[in-house]
Design a protein around this ligand. Structure first.
Ligand SMILES: Nc1ncnc2c1ncn2[C@@H]1O[C@H](COP(=O)(O)OP(=O)(O)O)[C@@H](O)[C@H]1O
Ligand SMILES: O=P(O)(O)OC[C@H]1O[C@](O)(COP(=O)(O)O)[C@@H](O)[C@@H]1O
Ligand SMILES: [Mg+2]
Length: 341
């Protein structure tokens, strides 16, 4: 079999480890050959691809980014499934491994289930917003980078007796904010799932200040202050029409400053959270998921993806994983509140 591999959506540390795991296992166990498709669905629509062999994936488990490149190109644009089928036939591709988040896998599920295409998936995202898999690779690395950044910001906050607001990624879920906030000992943690009033934020900041601490506020980019209808975003749309989140940190800092009298600054961690080497946890998870995608192909389970359940790698239907977002549950929110303020 000739297997095409593509990476789509925002990059996540561990993508290269998936590619290496899949290619190694596919070649060694099944004698498959591989084709690297550039920049997600764009490469499949535009026939931009190249042969991928064992030498190409050498030493990749710890390398950040994706050697294949990525994009947010929609699979139903520019000729859509019919064009992809034509390219696959010309190239002799027998199956596609799509490595992506909820957007990419929604597309992959449609291509497999509605168009009859031989597509399987591997879940990735720093946001950890995919259902039916316990954790996605990239999340552990992003939470670790955010934690280290908050630790660093704390020393400057302490020195200047300031409040610092740190805005982290995550789109409409608060996993990165929750884990980094808990790991770094933040005094306020603000998640998209649970609106919080300015009064409550002010109370947490003041309580930390009154104990002699420089208050640390971690806010997820998708957080919606109580009373507002939608996330505070000042960045408009990306070139594919998707809302670009970000701006809540800059929104909150002057409000906290004015209400508490504590000098307040905000920092946006941004793409730093996605860059560089994956943690050991993400390397192992990504490698195992990549290898499992080969089992799914060997069993011709089109429309399925590899997933993590506890410590085991399982196979689940992609459509189930994208049905709903994996949001932070109420009990995790209640759990962290005892630590705030
Ligand atoms: N329901 C859908 N069906 C088909 N394609 C989709 C769907 N939702 C999103 N996409 C495509 O997948 C791309 C990647 O999704 P995005 O959310 O940006 O990244 P990720 O795959 O990491 O979640 C989007 O830009 C869009 O082109
Ligand atoms: O890289 P961009 O296009 O600025 O997008 C930023 C978004 O990508 C992410 O880093 C990852 O999102 P996806 O997994 O959906 O690609 C989000 O946390 C963030 O909102
Ligand atoms: Mg997404």
């Amino acid at each position: 079999m000739n297997i095409g591999i593509l990476t789509s959506g925002g990059d996540a540390p561990g993508l290269n480890a998936v590619i290496r795991g899949a290619v190694r296992k596919g070649i060694r166990e099944h004698g498959f050959i591989f084709t690297g498709i550039r920049d997600g669905w764009r490469g499949l629509l535009e026939d931009d691809m190249y042969p991928l062999n064992e030498v190409d994936v050498r030493g990749l488990s710890g390398r950040g980014g994706t050697i294949l490149g990525t994009s947010r190109t929609h699979p139903y644009s520019d000729g859509g499934p019919e064009q992809m089928k034509k390219v696959m036939a010309e190239r002799g591709l027998d199956a596609i491994i799509a490595i992506g988040g909820e957007g990419t896998l929604s597309g992959a599920a449609r291509l497999a289930n509605d168009e009859g295409m031989p597509v399987v998936g591997v879940p990735k995202t720093i946001d950890n917003d995919l259902d039916n898999t316990d954790y996605t690779f990239g999340f552990d690395t992003a939470a670790a980078i955010a934690t280290e950044s908050i630790d660093r910001i704390r020393t400057t906050a302490d020195s200047h007796h300031r409040c610092m607001v740190i805005e982290v990624m995550g789109r409409n879920v608060g996993w990165i904010a929750l884990h980094a906030g808990m790991a770094a000992g933040a005094h306020a943690v603000l998640l998209p799932e649970f609106p919080v009033s300015y009064d409550q934020i002010t109370a947490w900041v003041t309580s930390a200040w009154d104990r002699g601490r420089a208050p640390i506020v971690v806010v997820a980019e998708g957080f919606v202050p109580a009373g507002l209808d939608e996330a505070v975003s000042d960045k408009g749309l990306d070139k594919h029409g998707r809302v670009r989140l970000g701006g809540i940190g800059e929104h909150l800092a002057p409000i906290i400053d004015e209400r508490t009298g504590i000098e307040t600054r905000s920092v946006v961690l941004g793409h730093l959270q996605r860059g560089g080497e994956p943690t050991a946890y993400d390397r192992v998870l990504a490698t195992r998921l990549g290898m499992a995608s080969i089992d799914i192909i060997a069993q011709q389970k089109w429309g399925w993806m590899a997933a993590l359940s506890g410590t085991s790698i399982t196979h689940v239907e992609m459509s189930d994983a994208v049905d709903r977002l994996n949001t932070v549950p109420q009990e995790r929110w209640e759990e962290i509140q005892i630590l705030l303020g």
